[in-house]
Design a protein. Structure first.
Length: 208
């Protein structure tokens, strides 16, 4: 009979204490407000001070800037991907892709362009698995919608979803930097989408 550690009954996992849970929720609420106010200029120390917790408390819950950001945006990313999955059944692949790219752009304008800045490039190993998972989920959803549009002939073949998302994030960033121009984001997205259609139509023409 084995007497190894694996055979011994394990103590139940301790639930997070109520005060620790309250601190975590307060940090998240405060961080979202600070990110919205300062964008990329926000600091973890500023968030801890405004939340009324010690820096050690914040770092225990969120050891890096990226970990805190992921905790704030992960639900939004999941909702964005769920919307994309629903759009895969839309009768028009072209309209489905356009609708989702606009949703991506609106998501990216959050918190003074901070989301657009973080999501524009490939995350570094230092950014952690959470941010990489957000990137991968968005890329997979966008790739499925783009592939469907390509097969329908409304998007050119050979487009890299990463390049397309960079364009959308750039449009989102430009829009966020010009808040007085309410229509700028839609005008930029029209340019992106019309160029996709034009390139697709050019590719469909066969020389005689």
């Amino acid at each position: 009979m084995s007497t190894g550690r694996a055979d011994r009954p394990q103590p139940p996992r301790r639930r997070m204490r109520a005060d620790a849970r309250d601190n975590r929720e307060r940090v998240l609420r405060t961080a979202k407000a600070v990110f919205t106010e300062y964008g990329a200029e926000a600091s973890l120390n500023k968030i801890a001070q405004r939340a009324g917790v010690g820096a050690g408390t914040l770092y225990r819950h969120f050891p890096t800037f990226e970990a805190l950001l992921v905790a704030i945006i992960s639900d939004d990313v999941e909702a964005l991907c769920a919307e994309g999955r629903d759009l895969l059944t839309h009768p028009s692949p072209d309209e489905a892709l356009q609708a989702w790219l606009r949703a991506v752009a609106v998501h990216a304008t959050a918190m003074r362009g901070l989301v657009a800045t973080q999501m524009a490039g490939q995350p570094t190993p230092e950014a952690g698995a959470g941010l990489a998972a957000c990137h991968d989920a968005i890329r997979a959803t966008g790739s499925a919608l783009l592939t469907r549009a390509e097969r329908a002939g409304t998007a050119p073949g050979g487009i890299d979803i990463g390049d397309l998302l960079k364009l959308v994030n750039a449009a989102a960033w430009a829009s966020e930097q010009t808040p007085e121009d309410d229509d700028l984001l839609d005008r930029l997205l029209i340019l992106i989408n019309s160029n996709l259609r034009r390139r697709s139509e050019e590719g469909a023409v066969r020389p005689e």
